[in-house]
Ligand binder design. Sequence first.
Ligand code: S3P
Length: 431
Amino acid sequence: MNRMHIMPVKRIDGEIRVQGDKSISHRAVIFGSIANGAVTVTNFLHSDDCIATMMVFKAMGVSIEEPRRDTLEIHGKGLNGLTEPPDILEMGNSGTSARLLCGLLSGQPFFSVMTGDSSLRRRPMKRVVEPLRLMGANIWGRSDGDHLPLAVKGGGLKGISYRLPVASAQVKSAVLLAGLYAEGKTSVEEAAPTRDHTERMLRYFGASLELEKDGKVITIKGGERLYARDIEVPGDISTAAFFMVGASILDGSEIMIKDAGLNPARTGIIDVLKEMGASIDVSNIRDRSGEPVGDIYVRSSCLKGIEISGEIIPRVVDELPVLCVAAAVADGETLIKDAAELRVKESDRIAVMAECLSAMGVKVEVFDDGMRITGGKRLKGAICNSHGDHRIAMSMAIAGLVADGETIIEDTECIKTSFPGFEETLRSICK
Ligand code: S3P
């Protein structure tokens, strides 16, 4: 089992660029593959999760070249150019691949089987299978289709109007992808806004979407043609989040993160940290392939505990583990509510963060949909197991920087699902 050893540091300092955004890298491969023409993707996140998505399209006959580690040349085959994969499709640890591709495969007139690693095979799939079956897809799987492996025989779909029972961009995107292949119109309505990278990329490729109710209802017409355009993937704000929290909690720190994605559905981390008292400035905002990007400057400050709940949750869903670390250092209590989704991520992030922070001497009370963290006491170095969850491993590495003594993170292999260069980047700014 891989381990990471972290010793306390004085401060972090420097200018970094984080790797390409994971959500947008997945979508660049998906939409590039079904666009008409060639698409060059730069700053592609070369991580296990995004590679899983790329391998699926290669298995369906799409030619994808990799002239550099972070550059793809995708020869899009148009909406109806994919071919039946000759073998089982392996999604690895990636929920985004499994859920979005379940939607895409439902639109294909061929047979396919998807599976994933032991963590992904435990994660709920009914949330996508249910609407896709309503559209006419034939999907078989364990637990009546709630768990991978899933077998899909798609084609012949009909558009539906669907209200999402969970705030999930993956479910929204799966239904919109199937909608591209359905007869008539497909509408999804979300209760709380989630990341809209799918909608932005569809528009960037020339598809027309109708938005109603402040963007909460999204409608797509079947058969929209996608026109190939190059994509420059913004830096991943979810990986920037680790350094934002690190710089906030380590006295005397100062960090500049260049070219980070600033999609408003993803900037909850900035809003929450600022509410906790963090010193963060965003500058140089511009458009990159339909997404806002900019530079994020963070200086250390005294954080205080707050409540994190309600509509902000989908905007910080992936950053809650590292926000738990901020909460452990902040003065007073932080209450996280309405976050039951954390229980069905790569690990049960409520249970695992509680276990890791408790090992470091932090008082944590756990609820079904969140936790209460009492901060302000100096953390103790400890042995923390990531349970195979990349965001837990990276969050606990940040916690280790402010703890007394050594922190050992066990099971760190998973970090390469989203951020293969994490340890090098972190070590390069530790003083
Ligand atoms: C993602 C959506 C989120 C997020 C995941 C990536 C996406 O999941 O947690 O890391 O790219 O659409 P949910 O849609 O399940 O909330």
